[in-house]
Design a protein around this ligand. Structure first.
Ligand code: PHE
Length: 334
């Protein structure tokens, strides 16, 4: 009994002490084995009590060894951890956001603040979502406007040429009012040069509700350019897109009397930044929206182009070459 009390109270500072304790109690020639050997000579009527006491002692000794070992291990761990508090910390390498992401996030922020949500869709599309639903039936000449990479023909599967395909999917799955922007990568079979690439990035926007007018479109775009570029002027030039009617091209003015730093572009003047228009009623009907009740506008812009303007990037290919010397220059940007 006194051994049980002793075992339970045993304290140790080092692993060696714990080991000595273990050998003393639990080792081959330890106390416990000696007591077990004595078991034979214990009187029969005391065997039960003696046996129970031995088991209790064994358990007490084992528990003590385990507890002490664990406590000492922990102590050692923290010792290493807090080791030398005066040592200089290891520097954390911070990466940079890609300029495409920076500009994309800015655009998303601006439109989120006026109630647009963000929608996404697949980069590999079928003919319906990229073309047919958007008022571009088979053999429509306007399909040539967008040099398409086909993955499979008949039925056609392709790399989306614009994120208007996401808007089709959104209209099919949601009821108006709709306010959504669709950022994403798009592909066009174009010769690669400093100005154009076979893939780039877009943000397209869609607004559908009752009584949406062209004035709403223009005001929304003016709000966007002001938020994006500071005090700025825009102008809408008549244009053609199969999915909008009327359609327009949006130019923004780079010059002295605006906040836009004209030095970052070559000279001053009007610069085209996006396409837009009122959603063609056919497109609404194709997507299951009643064109007699609802109307809406859509717009689409290239992120790469805007990133190049804002960050003075002279060659679009830099955006996809992943040269760290280029990428790390954006560490201080948002
Ligand atoms: N989808 C067009 C493009 O890829 C852009 C656009 C979107 C134009 C919406 C008008 C309305 O060029």
């Amino acid at each position: 009994k006194e051994h049980i009390a002793e075992a339970k109270a045993f304290k140790a500072q080092t692993k060696e002490e714990v080991e000595a304790f273990r050998i003393k109690y639990l080792g081959k020639k330890g106390l416990l084995n000696q007591f077990f050997a004595d078991f034979k000579s214990v009187a029969n009527d005391q065997k039960k009590e003696y046996g129970q006491a031995l088991n209790t002692l064994k358990k007490a000794a084992e528990d003590r060894v385990n507890d002490l070992k664990e406590a000492l291990d922990k102590k050692e761990d923290t010792k290493g951890y807090y080791g030398d508090l005066s040592r200089p910390g290891a520097a954390i390498e911070i990466g940079a956001r890609h300029p495409i992401s920076i500009v994309k996030n800015q655009i998303i922020d601006i439109f989120s603040r006026i109630g647009f949500n963000v929608s996404e869709g697949p980069e590999i599309e079928d003919d319906w979502h990229n073309f047919t639903a958007l008022n571009l039936p088979e053999y429509h000449p306007a399909r040539d406007m967008q040099d398409t990479f086909f993955i499979q023909t008949n039925p056609d599967i392709l790399l989306r040429t614009h994120t208007s395909s996401v808007q089709v999917r959104y209209m099919e799955n949601n009821k108006p009012p709709i306010r959504t922007i669709s950022p994403g990568r798009v592909y066009r079979n174009e010769a690669i040069s400093a100005r154009s690439h076979c893939f780039f990035h877009q943000v397209e926007g869609l607004y559908i509700d009752k009584d949406v007018s062209f004035a709403d479109l223009k005001q929304t775009l003016q709000h966007f350019t002001t938020e994006m570029f500071g005090k700025s002027k825009i102008r809408l030039r008549p244009s053609y897109f199969p999915f909008t009617e009327p359609s327009a091209e949006v130019d923004v003015y780079w010059g002295l009397e605006t906040d836009i730093d004209y030095r970052i572009t070559k000279g001053t003047g009007w610069l085209e930044i996006m396409g837009c228009g009122m959603v063609d009623p056919n497109v609404l009907e194709n997507c299951g929206i009643d064109s007699k009740t609802y109307s809406g506008f859509a717009f689409g812009m290239g992120i790469d182009r805007i990133a190049m303007l804002l960050h003075q990037i002279g060659d679009i290919r830099l955006l996809s070459e992943n040269d760290v010397r280029f990428l790390e220059q954006f560490k201080s940007a948002l």
